[in-house]
Design a protein around this ligand. Structure first.
Ligand code: MN
Length: 429
């Protein structure tokens, strides 16, 4: 639903917010921050280059917005989303009215912190993390490396494929990437090597954060699933391809994935994303229709997102030479074969219970050609075709010192563009 908080003409009294590429007043993403000197994590909202502290702001709001600000005065956003999105929606309206009312600048301005002086954290206490595989071009590309004649397995167009990941190793943007050591395949009939991964990779994904909950045994119907989406962040599902290739059969990813996953620290809420909802792309001719429990007309009409995702690399040599980060890819989130609502309906159809702050990864999102491939595995064709960077260096997989920066922006005609901030990480060896 669109309301006055999406008005493209709206202006904030916070310096720099109106021209900000990520956080104008139409965005108002929620996160957990602490001033570096205090180490006291609590809820905040990004506005321009600042963070408005929700602790101090509760007394400037009224009704549910004030109650919501109190719920967000915690080291995670879980309590704010316990009963769904209603409290966060009220908070958005209250904050928008506060941040656009010049008469209130002096009282609220005291609760602004410079983002540069703050640490940012994972926005939720993550109970469970599930990673899906909705990027059909990625699934085809990776499948083709292993099965050139039959890249997509027969279940792909019926089942939103996923696996349960690990919550304890999820970190906010900026966490060091420690190269994992493990078993990798050796020559046929020989025992495996045990060594640091030589095929360390990233995966460009989006994080879908859940709100509310369903009781064990009670599926969320597809028509209600969208109301369980708190919002989105960027997700980098760091992956060790050599460990993965040796361990993944028969039970799927394990140590190749659970050494670290990085999220951008700001939750861009479902309310903020309302102007950027779009139709789910039609399935290609000949593809089966989804089963009944995954079919919903309204979801097909507006269940996808107009979000552009970008991956950049900065190597040690680029840093030393004063080079800007080099873009590896840019592509649309509509590369998802399944909508976020379909993922929630599928995840719960067997009675599995979701909880507030569960993290659902979309899977690597790649477009149809190399300019939009979301991993080095694809960009280097399985390590066979090295990429050349502006310094003349080449890469198949990540070297020590390499930093990967992911960005994303929601863009739609007639709407103010909003950003997700950054999801970055440097390989420290
Ligand atoms: Mn993944």
């Amino acid at each position: 639903m669109l309301d006055h908080t999406h008005d493209v003409e709206a202006k904030s009294w916070v310096p720099g917010a109106d021209d900000h590429a990520e956080f104008p007043v139409q965005n108002l993403p929620l996160g957990i921050f602490s001033p570096k000197v205090e180490q006291d994590p609590r809820g905040g909202v990004a506005i321009g280059d600042s963070i408005l502290c929700l602790r101090g702001v509760a007394r400037l709001l009224t009704g549910n917005a004030a109650e919501a600000a109190k719920l967000a005065d915690a080291p995670s956003l879980n309590a704010l989303f316990t009963d769904g999105n209603a409290m966060a929606d009220a908070l958005r309206v209250g904050l928008f009215d506060l941040l656009t009312d010049r008469d209130r600048a002096s009282e609220a301005g005291r609760m602004l912190f410079a983002q540069a002086d703050c640490d940012l954290f994972v926005p939720f206490r993550v109970g469970d993390y599930t990673d899906f595989y909705t990027g059909i071009e990625h699934a085809k590309n990776v499948g083709a490396l292993f099965r050139p004649d039959n890249p997509l397995l027969p279940n792909y167009k019926y089942v939103p494929i996923g696996y349960h990941g690990r919550a304890s190793s999820i970190r906010a943007s900026g966490a060091d990437v420690i190269r994992p050591t493990g078993q990798t395949r050796s020559a046929e009939g020989k025992p495996p090597y045990f060594k640091p991964s030589a095929r360390l990779d990233y995966e460009m994904e989006m994080a879908i954060w859940t709100s509310g909950s369903n009781s064990l045994g009670q599926p969320v119907p597809i028509g209600e699933a969208a109301s369980h989406i708190a919002g989105l962040s960027i997700l980098n599902d760091w992956s060790a391809r050599d460990l993965q290739a040796w361990e993944y059969q028969p039970l799927g990813p394990f140590l190749a994935k659970n050494f670290l996953s990085t999220v951008s620290p700001w939750l861009v809420t479902s309310a903020a994303l309302a102007p950027f909802r779009t139709a789910q792309p039609a399935r290609p001719e000949g593809d089966p229709q989804p089963l009944e429990y995954l079919s919903d007309e309204a979801d097909q009409a507006s269940g996808a997102y107009n979000v552009e995702m970008e991956v950049l690399i900065l190597t040690d040599a680029m840093r030393q030479g004063g080079h800007a980060p080099h873009r590896l890819s840019i592509g649309p989130m509509t590369a998802m074969y399944w909508t976020a609502a379909q993922l929630i309906a599928h995840h719960t159809v067997n009675g599995c219970n979701l909880q507030p702050g569960d993290l659902l990864g979309t899977g690597t999102l790649s477009g149809p050609d190399a300019s939009s491939y979301g991993s080095l595995l694809e960009l280097s064709d399985g390590g066979k075709s090295p990429l050349t960077l502006p310094t003349g260096e080449t890469r198949t997989f990540l070297e020590n010192g390499d930093e990967i920066v992911m960005r994303a922006h929601a863009v739609a005609q007639g709407a103010r563009t909003i950003g997700f901030g950054e999801c970055s990480g440097q390989v420290v060896g």
